[in-house]
Design a protein around this ligand. Structure first.
Ligand SMILES: NC(=O)c1ccc[n+]([C@@H]2O[C@H](COP(=O)([O-])OP(=O)(O)OC[C@H]3O[C@@H](n4cnc5c(N)ncnc54)[C@H](O)[C@@H]3O)[C@@H](O)[C@H]2O)c1
Length: 450
């Protein structure tokens, strides 16, 4: 049993801390957000992450998880201190805003114990060189006699499957100038039996950015192919399938749709491009990946304009608001940009989401939220699937068609079988799945309930 402190009880910090406690360690979750800490103490998970709430309650009962807002309580006894605070895009440039990391490192340094050795682990996604910078902060603020080492341990979890990703990671990456410290951190992960890569600090930091950039590139690649498919009458779903069987390519992250969002890909790509710019390079591929992704969100607007004509006064329903299913995370969610663009054009926008509605309403004033996917369809001129939640997979399309003012479904994730939707009397429009629907197809439906 090791004594561990995790600074930042968000998606990453909570998952890391609770899962480490579940392995038998003694974990203190430390966050400056008093409401968040109060909720955790009550056994309430302040985020939506499948399976994590149950683990929190079990480990609270077992006395292995403790939550606090006090560095003085959490840090002095810890053998390992993880920093898992947010690193959003800075306001003044595209690079990462390190103010939370700086505050956490400074406060933790002040609370290190003289005469005790502590390993400080950067789990946040941080620009290359941040490990050295954190080591400098520790040197400036730690009490005389405190011993410490800095290890980079980037996180690769996927929201929605975070517990599984912690328990069965594809790999664990550790970087440090002190290899012994990295090896000690490796012992925390031995039960996962995952490959452990020990490297230097900067390389570990870069592995995280390069991994996210590569995955985002695959998404923008297939979205560009989807656009070409649409003009040339090919079906990108089958193209991806045909490509994916090639073992050199693989099938993952080749789903055309409304583009990537969330708290990681967009900001990490921007940060990596910014680092490259600062180094005097021209990160053309990264820029193209971001540009394609921005345009992909507008594609929904283009389709709606083509099929509905003027959008002013129309009603559009959005199925799904979070950036992907099984999370309540709305950071950089495509649905929010689509809703804002529609509202600007004078469209009435209604949305339904199993986990993100309350927050979405705060983020997009004017967005109406409704109680069921069927309510989204009521009186709408078009229904747009934005997030592929499981509960949207088996909707009763006959009922949906009756609710719609015009029988139009835009499948922003290519989730549905086009023929099934068409057989219920709807016009189906996917992303790159054959020639675009001519507007006349929508008007010619005899049963349109306008
Ligand atoms: N969310 C993901 O899926 C994911 C995956 C991999 C990596 N990451 C990276 O992990 C980091 C954390 O991301 P997240 O999504 O968990 O963020 P988050 O916003 O959900 O959580 C961050 C938490 O840190 C707390 N915090 C901020 N400053 C603090 C301070 N000085 N002391 C104590 N607590 C403080 C906040 O109150 C918040 O609860 C980021 O760098 C992110 O890029 C995230």
């Amino acid at each position: 049993m090791r004594r561990i402190c995790v600074i930042g009880a968000g998606y990453v910090g909570l998952t890391t801390g609770i899962c480490l406690a579940d392995l038998g360690n003694n974990v203190t979750l430390l966050d400056t957000d008093t409401k968040r800490i109060a909720a955790i103490k009550q056994g309430e998970l302040p985020i939506f992450e499948p399976g994590l709430g149950e683990l929190l309650q079990q480990n609270l009962r077992a006395g292995r998880v403790y939550a606090t807002t006090s560095y003085a309580e959490a840090v002095p006894d810890a053998e390992f201190v993880f920093i898992a605070v947010a690193t959003p895009t800075a306001e003044e440039h595209d690079g990462a805003d390190l103010r939370y990391v700086e505050a956490a490192a400074t406060e933790l340094a002040r609370n290190l114990s003289a005469g005790r050795r502590t390993i400080v682990i950067n789990k946040s996604t941080v620009p290359i060189g941040t490990g050295d910078w954190v080591a400098n902060i520790l040197a400036q603020h730690a009490p005389v006699g405190a011993q410490y080492a800095v290890v980079s341990n980037p996180e690769f979890l996927r929201e929605g499957q975070a517990v599984l990703d912690f328990q069965q990671p594809d790999r664990v990456v550790l970087g440090s100038t002190a290899t012994a410290a990295a090896q000690e951190v490796a012992t925390l992960y031995l039960s996962s039996r995952a490959p452990i890569i020990i490297t230097d600090l900067r390389t570990a930091e870069m592995i995280k950015y390069a991994s996210n950039a590569f995955l985002a590139t695959r998404i923008s690649f297939i979205n560009e192919i989807a656009r070409i498919c649409e003009q040339l009458g090919a079906n990108v779903r089958e193209v991806a399938l045909g490509m994916g069987y090639d073992r050199r390519i693989g099938r993952a992250f080749l789903d055309a749709g409304v583009g990537f969002g969330g708290s990681c890909f967009p900001k990490d790509l921007r940060a990596l491009a910014h680092m490259a710019d600062e180094a005097g390079l021209h990160p053309q591929l990264l820029r193209a990946v971001l540009d394609i992704n921005r345009d992909q969100r507008l594609l929904i607007m283009e389709k709606l304009c083509r099929l509905l004509g003027s959008l002013e006064g129309k009603r559009v329903g959005l199925l799904g608001l979070t950036f992907k299913p099984n999370t309540d995370d709305l950071r950089d969610a495509p649905a929010l940009d689509i809703a804002r663009a529609l509202l600007e054009k004078g469209v009435h926008v209604a949305g339904y989401d199993p986990a993100g509605m309350e927050r979405a309403q705060q983020l997009v004033p004017g967005l109406e939220t409704v109680r069921t996917p069927y309510d989204v369809a009521k009186g709408a001129d078009a229904l747009v699937l934005v997030t592929e939640w499981n509960e949207f997979k088996q909707l009763d399309w006959n009922q949906i068609r009756k609710h719609l003012r015009r029988p139009l479904l835009i499948d922003g994730r290519n989730m549905y079988d086009a023929e099934r939707i068409r057989s219920a009397g709807l016009v189906y429009e996917g992303i790159g799945v054959g020639c675009p629907t001519p507007p006349v197809a929508l008007q010619s439906h005899a049963h349109v309930n306008i």
